[in-house]
Design a protein around this ligand. Sequence first.
Ligand SMILES: [Zn+2]
Length: 422
Amino acid sequence: MPAAYTSELAEALAADVLDRFLRYVRVDTQSARDRNGSPSTPGQLDLSRMLVDELLAIGLEDAALDDNGYVFATLPATGEAPHAVGLIAHVDVSPDAPGAGVEPIVHRDYDGGRVELPRGGTVLDPAEMPVLATKAGHDVVTSSGDTLLGADDKAGVAEIVAAVAHLAAHPELPRPTLKVGFTPDEEVGEGASLFDVERFGAVCAYTLDGSQPGEIQDETFSGAEVTVVFEGVDIHTGWAKGKLVNAARLAGRLLAELPADTLTPETTEEREGFVHPFEVGGDAGHAQVRFIARDFDDALLGEHIALIRSTAEAVARAEPGARVTVSDRPQYPNMRRFVDAFPQVVDVAERAIRAEGIEPVREPIRGGTDGSKLSEMGLPTPNLFTGGHEYHSVREWASVHDMSSAAAVIVRLAGLWAEEPA
Ligand SMILES: [Zn+2]
């Protein structure tokens, strides 16, 4: 039996959300880690241009693509609401699985069982995906099995465009000034870097880039990247005795001496941080280990970085002739303190979600979002749910019912912000 929508509004938005979503996922917008410009890949511009055209057609007259591949547009307020509020999603998809040639499949009135996709031998098994089991009766969208779906984050894009189209077509619904922003290269950590916060002109914003209905994420990891470079002494192995210092072995020793049963992503959960070597390379003369370090607490993050540094230095000290350099750079901060400074942003979101008949769920994300950096840049930006799941894999799926709920929450957010005092 088909599941009910969370409201008449969600049901009214469903067809438009799905129609836009199916159109957007077919565009190959996979981003690339080696970035020589913004966006990192031209396919992202194909979708961004399509979005500009759609926003213009809806009536957002200033919709435009900027020089760095960001789409910005404004839906003016209906009344005197003092706040301009931002709605943000990213157009790119992850480089971690194939992103070209997406052929979405809509499974109407999903029966709650295993879903065998036609390509790649991909199976969605509710025994292994407990959230999927709860979506019986929903319309569920998957890929054909050999690509990403791209719900991360085209679900968010479709929800924003459908909600804004609904508001533009219903001027009797109160709304503040809404600022729409679609970013490139979020999946390679650069979605916020060239975001023109001043031009955007919003007092706060929401990214639509989460999963389960009700989610509001106002806390993220703080993240840093740490690079350790060992310089050895490379001598012909025939006369190396007492002279050769092998940098590759030093890199191995560093990895062996760091904790393995704690402080790793595979042994931690909830609020625990970690250090994670994600790339090792080199030869006898020169070796490099790249790490990410993560924690919710900035002081603890500093300790994780210091642990890598002191361990690397001890490894090098034990080997006369070896040299080591350790460098670190911040990637994104925990957004919490920036969002806390403007409590209305989460308060209004919670009320909008409740108004849609959903219980808000506030939990920290073990990762970062565009909103982490945007919050630090002066635009408090928590993250809201979109209805998509199993991101960055060929098993990615999304519920049309939940996507429609997310679009309805945006319409309700607009109504509540229209009444917020300055
Ligand atoms: Zn995302």
